[in-house]
Write a protein of this length. Structure first.
Length: 255
């Protein structure tokens, strides 16, 4: 490494490899005895000279800005928050599996291939008709006295059939806690259930509204006397629709 004394211009050499890179060594000019500082890998620095400026650290890349939500995304988020609020208001908190009455798990006695149904209907006249219809279809039916009880029963048992009135324990059919819960079930569980919605707003077998409400079939309350035939036909159509899918899933051990 070539060294030049800034004071007397004397020149001399030193073995630069002996000074580790980034480390500083001090030596005196052999002619005028001026102190000279040498930085390994960078060269000499006069004692009175300012130290070399350190290289600034590389700037971290700024995080990419989050994309703004579209109006549709905002609307969906608002709907989801409203549904969360409905479940919270209804007391649909997690149910401890160690804390339940025998009535919460009413089908321990049903044989393996027995069919079970849940009825969420507050009108006593409609309820009597539904019970009679399900008896004719060989279903073991249980009646939910309120929305929270319906949830507890569904936590402990997967019903093959659920019949829910859109006005069941709510003043707003679009804020029906039971329907919101059913809508949010895992698909692997939901596919095992057939959900019939009793409505005074929509016509019987309105497929588009059934899809919109995440149910399998809609039965207008004016057709309640025919509920047995309507449910039986709807379940037959549903079985035919999913037949190939279920056979394939069973083949691969997914059902």
């Amino acid at each position: 490494m070539d060294i030049t004394c800034e004071k007397c211009s004397a020149q001399f050499k030193i073995q630069g490899h002996k000074i580790p890179e980034g480390k500083t060594a001090s030596l005196k000019c052999p002619k005028c005895k001026t102190k000279i500082s040498v930085i390994g890998g960078k060269g000499q620095v006069m004692e009175n000279s300012p130290p070399p400026a350190e290289e600034p650290p590389p700037e971290e890349a700024a995080p990419a800005p989050k994309p703004e939500q579209t109006e549709e995304q905002k609307r969906v988020l608002e709907i989801q928050k409203a549904k969360d609020a409905v479940l919270e208001e209804a007391g649909f908190e997690e149910v401890d599996s160690d804390d339940y009455d025998a009535e919460d798990k009413p089908f321990d006695f049903v044989e393996e291939d027995g069919k079970t149904a849940l009825i969420c209907e507050a009108d006593p006249d409609n309820l009597a008709i539904i019970q009679q219809a399900l008896k004719g279809l060989d279903y073991h039916a249980v009646i939910a006295p309120d929305a929270r009880d319906a949830l507890k029963k569904m936590r402990f048992h997967v019903f093959e059939l659920a019949i829910v009135n859109e006005d069941f324990f709510t003043n707003d059919p679009d804020r029906n806690g039971v329907l919101i819960y059913l809508e949010r079930l895992q698909m692997t569980v939901r596919r095992k259930m057939f959900v019939a919605l009793i409505s005074s707003r929509f016509r019987t077998n309105d497929n588009m509204m059934a899809f919109n409400k995440s149910v399998n079939i809609i039965i207008n309350s004016s057709n309640i006397s025919e509920i047995g035939k309507i449910v039986k036909r709807g379940m037959t159509d549903n079985e035919m629709f999913y037949r190939v899918y279920k056979e394939t899933m069973t083949k691969f051990g997914k059902l």
